[in-house]
Design a protein around this ligand. Structure first.
Ligand SMILES: C[S@@+](CC[C@H](N)C(=O)[O-])C[C@H]1O[C@@H](n2cnc3c(N)ncnc32)[C@H](O)[C@@H]1O
Length: 419
């Protein structure tokens, strides 16, 4: 995070009075942030007026949590209005809701936020909107992205679906405060193709943008019904194993499929109905580790995978039913790997400066061997980057990830041979 006051876009955004409700407050911070986004190349010229005009601070609650290099930092307007306002105009995400609004849950998971401005700008650039376009957003959050779209296209051209009623109500109020009450915010599940469709501004949208992520395997086919043939669908995708990318899919003329390349990495909160509740380790290993596991060694440090968001995506799309946990025991980091069918597990110890690493594998599947193979397959393909991957979604439910072109399938992998 930039903390240098000389170049920090948020630093000069301190308000004179009443920062929470004044649209004029934060003007300098807004301009500086837009300049920063333009300088880094993510902000298209056509979007600059919206970023310079729409007051991002009007979409923040009196207390929010800013993502910083040191973790999430609370910004309380009553305690420190200048810090609250400065955070609004830094290139950082802001958590606006924890644990689906359950104040007793102990702030475990962030469940709504204002996305990082760099990510907002790059996704809007990917969306390629033109005057007159109708845009359908999934995941309103506090409503800032919808406000930017409304500033560019007109409030009547934008509708947005938010699954959390309290968040949706707050977004409506925020949009009204920002002078954009005409944006239609629907409370519902954005995966549902009928949500808000009836009076959503003339049926299918020209552009669909999701700001919550979907597992590649569960990318909603209903989005093909919400987007007109020849339209664009911009959505973050991820896997249970990790990794994440923005998919930019063009819907085919017949409307039954959409295909396109990824545009870059991302890390969005998952669509609410796609959250995975992992079973306790006991469900895999009732007794003491290592139980009946077989022992071997590997030349691949699992930290190599853990430190590569891209490798995780490449592996997770080939092995969509696997996930991992990382645990520190004294000086050794042990990586645990599990399958969602709760049949198999593996551990790999990542000892600093080792040449080989201890492996234990249990169950009918050899999970580490499968992960090792998926990783080396990706390496042997030249460790392809984000933009070399792409995705095709069909109405019949196929979600095919491909490398370079749609006929070069990356996942799902071929079914194992039957014996
Ligand atoms: C990262 S926030 C949205 C950011 C926001 N668009 C902005 O302007 O910065 C993701 C939002 O998606 C919502 N969400 C999660 N699952 C959803 C679903 N199935 N349908 C609609 N909204 C969903 C969450 O409640 C959360 O508010």
């Amino acid at each position: 995070m930039n903390t240098d006051p000389a170049t920090d876009p948020g630093a000069d955004a301190a308000p004179a009075t009443d920062p929470g409700t004044s649209a004029d407050a934060g003007r300098d911070g807004r301009r500086a942030l837009a300049g920063h986004l333009a300088d880094t190349g993510v902000l298209a010229a056509a979007w600059r007026p919206a970023f310079e005009t729409v007051p991002r601070h009007l979409f923040l609650p009196p207390v929010y949590w800013e993502f910083t290099d040191a973790g999430t930092v609370e910004r309380d307007r009553a305690q420190d209005p200048a810090a609250w306002m400065a955070g609004a105009y830094r290139d950082t995400p802001a958590v606006t809701q924890w644990d689906d609004g359950d104040d007793t849950a102990g702030m475990r998971d962030f469940t709504s936020s204002l996305s990082m401005p760099t990510m907002v700008a790059s996704m809007l650039r990917d969306l390629d909107v033109h005057d007159g376009h109708l845009v359908h957003e999934i995941g309103t959050g506090p409503g800032y992205n919808a406000a930017l779209l409304a500033h560019r296209l007109g409030p009547d051209r934008v509708m947005s679906v938010e699954i959390d009623k309290t968040v949706a109500d707050t977004a409506r109020a925020n949009l009204t405060t920002a002078g954009l009450p005409g944006v239609r915010v629907v409370t519902g599940d954005g995966a549902d193709p009928t949500t808000g469709h009836e009076d959503g501004g003339g049926g299918r949208a020209d552009r669909l943008i999701a700001t919550c992520s979907s597992l590649v395997t569960d990318l909603p086919t209903g989005w093909l019904d919400l987007t007109r043939p020849g339209g664009l669908l911009v959505a973050p995708v991820t896997t249970l194993f990790g990794g994440g990318a923005i998919a930019r899919l063009r819907t085919a003329d017949h409307g039954n499929s959409a295909t396109g390349h990824f545009t870059g990495p991302c890390d969005f909160m998952r669509m609410r109905q796609q959250r995975y509740q992992a079973p306790p380790v006991d469900a895999y290993l009732p007794g003491e580790w290592p139980g009946n596991a077989t022992a071997s060694v590997t030349d691949l440090d699992p930290e190599t995978i853990g430190s590569s968001w891209l490798a995780q995506l490449a592996i997770g799309t080939r092995l969509p039913d696997l996930y991992y946990r990382r645990a520190l025991y004294q000086n050794t980091v042990t990586w645990w790997f599990f399958d969602t069918a709760v049949t198999s597990w593996a551990t790999v110890d990542s000892t600093p400066n080792a040449d080989e690493y201890d492996v234990r594998q249990s169950g009918p599947r050899r999970l580490w061997d499968e992960i090792h193979t998926a990783f080396t397959t990706w390496q042997q393909a030249g460790s392809p980057g984000w933009q070399r991957f792409g995705l095709t979604l069909t109405r019949t439910g196929e979600r095919t990830m491909w490398l370079d072109q749609p006929d070069n399938q990356w996942s799902p992998p071929p079914a194992p041979p039957t014996t």
